[in-house]
Design a binder for this molecule. Sequence first.
Ligand SMILES: CC(C)(COP(=O)(O)OP(=O)(O)OC[C@H]1O[C@@H](n2cnc3c(N)ncnc32)[C@H](O)[C@@H]1OP(=O)(O)O)[C@@H](O)C(=O)NCCC(=O)NCCS
Length: 163
Amino acid sequence: MKIRIATTADIDEITRVEIDSKLQSFPQLVEACDINFDTRAYRWETWFAGQSPVSARPERIMFKVVDNSKIIGYLAIQLTTRFDMDAEIQSFFVLKEYQRKGVGCRLLKSAVNWTIANHVQSLCVGILPANPYRAFYLKYSGRYLNEHWIVWDDVNLLKALIC
Ligand SMILES: CC(C)(COP(=O)(O)OP(=O)(O)OC[C@H]1O[C@@H](n2cnc3c(N)ncnc32)[C@H](O)[C@@H]1OP(=O)(O)O)[C@@H](O)C(=O)NCCC(=O)NCCS
């Protein structure tokens, strides 16, 4: 498995990973708009173009994990103005059959290294309160800002905790 930087050429495959992982991981939380391919692919076009989300600053990157020429997970992150935080994980999905094998930890490490390279310190991520995968973020010492947002005040401390 290799971690690479994703580009607009990956939008279709990333969108498929996002939708499949949602359906596999928390089908009970998925609404129709969350898994509409055209809607989600368009969202990625605007994200790569720096047009969404409105709270974002221009700096952004998406890391993809490739196994046998197939994308099996990704993490998208951007600098942000949200909550006076520095960076925000926009989207983070690994296909179910590849979960709990350390892939997410490696993606998080790439994201944290990117924030440090950008000389910023704090990080946030939005997550549905009922999403059981919040356990991943809590394992790495994320703290709740409110029921929808988990934050880290210092990515250097987070870096010391991850694989
Ligand atoms: C969250 C996600 C990206 C993590 O990726 P991953 O490859 O499964 O993560 P890792 O294998 O690196 O897990 C590292 C540790 O996090 C914790 N963890 C991960 N998933 C967990 C879960 N579902 N329940 C409890 N703990 C979990 C575990 O402690 C795990 O270590 P262990 O397997 O040795 O016990 C992935 O599970 C996923 O795509 N989930 C569905 C989408 C989602 O909810 N994304 C986040 C919200 S935006």
